[in-house]
Design a protein around this ligand. Sequence first.
Ligand code: B16
Ligand code: MG
Length: 217
Amino acid sequence: KIAACLFDLDGVLVDTARYHFLAWKKLAEELGIEFTLEHNELLKGVSRMDSLDIILNLGKLELPQEKKNELAEQKNSDYLNYIMQMGEDEILPGVKEFLTGLRQRKIGVALGSASKNAQLILERLKIGDLFDAVIDGTKVSKAKPDPEVFLKGAEALQVEPAACLVFEDAIAGVEAARNGGMRCVGIGDRKTLAMADLVIPGFDGVEPESLFQQINL
Ligand code: B16
Ligand code: MG
């Protein structure tokens, strides 16, 4: 039986991928590196510095760590400009209802995100109070597919990993859930997220009870 649900942030609760894309694209262009939407897929669920390394690799560019820190900071400040303008209405359809439904059923709710900006985004969306625990990029040292972020979420809620259900849009995130011994619902494309126990396009019209039934929980 499921005792807790752990949610990824970007791509699951809110579509921040397009803001990450715009900020990375600007940086890439300044460096003379071509950066497409397809390239952006490679960055989903990946930490900020690892994302920068992927982009520099695309351009076969090697830079000293100091310069890389500077570039990562520049990208983040552009990204934050978008986030600061984000409103409550940018929460993805059905998400708020789904989270509220879980709370009514006394199921634990935690965030498990690679982002260091997670708290700020929850504030912008005004959904911070729907989470019993928030584990984000400021609290983990190992990136997905390492299960650290989700195991810490389970620990904070005092629930066994086997009683946790993870919601993820990134391949590395689905792998992280499985590596932690947790069940996982993929949000997005069925083929891409084939490793998940179930894949749904989003939360619109989705009831916790019927979802759990579909994966025999
Ligand atoms: P930041 P998630 C991830 O969040 C994003 O998918 C990924 O694209 C981003 O690079 C990463 O957070 C770090 O974000 O620069 O804000 O610390 O999907 O794990 O919620
Ligand atoms: Mg994600």
